[in-house]
Design a protein around this ligand. Structure first.
Ligand code: ADP
Ligand code: ASP
Ligand code: MG
Length: 413
């Protein structure tokens, strides 16, 4: 008997029929003698609908109240799934984040989990009850509802698995595993049997939305056995193997050089032109950006000419307008010539632990993009990834040609 945490995403619970299928799948695992905690997302499209509703009332919704509104989506699906399980004769009990006591900080709309009280869930599990928990939500120390950032149900699942020391955390979604890139963009993308934790962390942080980055961080910190699977097959049949996130690397012989291509559309670039090239300038530009709680991703400072230089960085597109306004102020202080911005850029990245032992990946990336006439605006690298910023209109082309150039469409040997 194992303790398994399963998480079902929005598409998997997108209709009453699908919820009934989830109940059948859960029932099958339960019949096999396993203890089950099931985390669910809101029905697909529901969180977007709730945000749009909030914006009809307040252009920039109050974060505390937005969390109150957004958290309702998952409250519907936990109740419906519990009913569906009761209908097939099983004992099930739904819990909101606050009822479990998923304790978070008070950073509304992007709260972090601080701790989870597992006694109530344990008592249910011990008497054969299936525990159903609302994903994406928690409660701060003053009892306020909080949410964990878009895609946060993944993190609820992995955090529960860590707290309960579960044998496995299964993320059920609308694809049957982690692919070499988003199969919606490249139909030739292939499912990976395994992906290393390090690679998954990079892919998630570089935009592969199949797992929320924080869920991968949690899995790494608590060594949770994490698997991505499809919920869309016959619920009465054993599902395929999905993709296992591993903590060990394959031998260098078996390890592909590049495991996947990730991309992110939510990027924007800002440039301060003609700033004096002197110590402290990066701090004077980025200090006010940090104070406004805006995350900066890539940074480039050009070689100076005649005592001045250009300084560029990227931020999330949703922070673009705020960052631009801050730079207009900064411009006065640092006596810069001008501020330029571009919110029609994207970032495309090749990720693979095999890069460590294979030189030439960067040049192959640049050559592949050059052959398509795609101009590279910014570059950043780490040991296991290379990222480029390009015009948004080239996103799909860049992903496709890199996927092909690194032979990701071919079955590995
Ligand atoms: P859920 O609602 O189940 O959480 P998401 O939409 O958040 O599902 O994540 C699944 C989606 O992630 C897939 O439908 C796919 O389009 C996208 N995706 C992006 N990159 C990848 C990848 N490398 N492998 C698989 N899916 C990916
Ligand atoms: N329902 C939330 C969202 O759409 C959380 C999740 O689905 O993981 O972001
Ligand atoms: Mg998701």
């Amino acid at each position: 008997m194992a303790l398994i945490v399963q998480k079902y995403g929005g598409t998997s619970v997108g209709s009453p029929e699908r919820i009934k299928n989830v109940a059948r799948r859960v029932a099958r695992w339960h019949r096999q003698g396993h203890q089950l905690v099931v985390v669910v997302s809101a029905m697909s499209g529901e969180t977007n609908r709730l945000i749009a509703l909030a914006k009809e009332i307040q252009a920039s919704p109050d974060p505390r109240e937005l969390d109150v509104v957004m958290a309702t989506g998952e409250q519907v699906t936990i109740g419906l799934l519990a009913m569906a399980l009761k209908e097939v004769g099983l004992s099930a009990r739904s819990y909101t984040g606050a009822q479990v006591r998923i304790r978070t900080d008070n950073a509304y709309t992007k709260a972090r989990i601080l701790g989870i009280d597992e006694q109530a869930m344990r008592a249910d599990l011990d008497n054969g009850t299936i525990v159903i928990v609302a994903g994406f939500q928690g409660v701060d120390q003053d009892g306020n509802l909080t949410t964990l950032g878009r895609g946060g149900s993944d993190t609820t699942g992995v955090a529960l698995a860590a707290a309960l020391k579960a044998d496995e955390c299964q993320i059920y979604t609308d694809v049957d595993g982690v692919y070499t890139t988003d199969p919606r963009i490249v139909p030739e993308a292939r499912r990976l049997d395994t992906v290393t934790f390090e690679e998954m962390l990079e892919m998630a942080s570089l935009g592969s939305k199949v797992l929320q980055i924080r869920s991968v961080e949690f899995a790494g910190k608590y060594k949770v056995k994490l698997r991505v699977l499809s919920s869309l097959g016959d619920p009465d049949e054993l599902e395929g193997p999905g993709t296992l996130i591993t903590f060990e690397e394959a031998s260098p012989m078996e390890q592909p050089i590049i495991s996947g291509i990730a991309f992110n559309r939510d990027e924007a670039k800002l440039t301060v032109l003609g700033v004096p090239d002197r110590p402290g300038i990066a701090y004077q530009i980025l200090g006010p950006i940090a104070e406004a709680n805006i995350d900066v991703d890539m940074i480039i400072q050009n070689v100076g000419h005649d005592g001045t230089t250009d300084f560029s960085f990227t931020v999330n597109r949703s922070d673009y307008a705020r960052a631009l306004a801050i730079l207009e102020q900064v411009k006065q202080h640092v006596t810069a010539r001008a501020i330029a911005g571009d919110n029609k850029i994207c970032k495309v990245s090749a990720v693979g632990v095999g890069m460590r032992s294979h030189p030439g990946i960067a040049s192959k990336t640049f050559r592949t993009l050059a052959e398509e006439g795609i101009n590279i605006q910014m570059i950043s690298t780490s040991e296991i990834k290379i990222s480029v910023v390009v015009d948004e209109k080239y996103l799909e082309l860049a992903v496709r040609v890199l996927h092909k150039a690194f032979d990701l469409d071919k079955a590995s040997a």
